[in-house]
Design a protein around this ligand. Sequence first.
Ligand SMILES: Nc1ncnc2c1ncn2[C@@H]1O[C@H](COP(=O)(O)OP(=O)(O)OP(=O)(O)O)[C@@H](O)[C@H]1O
Ligand SMILES: [Mg+2]
Length: 158
Amino acid sequence: MSSNRSSYMVKAESEPACSMRISRDSDSIWCSRECARYANRIGFKNGEIWDIAIAISELVTNVSKFARTGTVTICWLRVPRSGIEFVVEDSGPGIEDIEAASEDGFSEGRRLSDNVPMSERRGLGAGLGAVQRLMDEVVIENRTSGGVRVIVRKWLEK
Ligand SMILES: Nc1ncnc2c1ncn2[C@@H]1O[C@H](COP(=O)(O)OP(=O)(O)OP(=O)(O)O)[C@@H](O)[C@H]1O
Ligand SMILES: [Mg+2]
């Protein structure tokens, strides 16, 4: 661990977890910026911060597109490893087939190979697959009370 990184961690230890509300499309911009800033403060490097910003942008965009409103919560993890956790959740319709939705090219219950014209699509079905590649751990689940909860984590030390 570099000394730079450890001094950030000492400073960040007193920071409370923070929660943000998602209520419009443009929230993907400021939510991903805030998550990136938090990750920077606890010692993540540039490339990792970009990964986090893109993953949060994809998840927040999904919330505003498919569920309209939701929340993002940031948590600094210390036990059993140092890292960061983001929980993005909503009370929308949920995802019928989570495994299929996580595959590239699967959007709104259909595959790109189904030849549905782009004008009738709202996405390429690339978001959840990208999140899986960018983050170290990803859990996607339907909430018992309705809606989706996505928990993503990135570790400071691999
Ligand atoms: N929060 C959510 N609530 C309901 N359905 C969701 C949610 N997030 C994702 N989905 C479903 O999972 C599918 C796949 O999501 P994904 O982000 O991979 O693709 P997309 O949003 O359709 O396209 P892209 O992200 O490439 O613009 C979505 O098309 C949608 O049907
Ligand atoms: Mg998406």
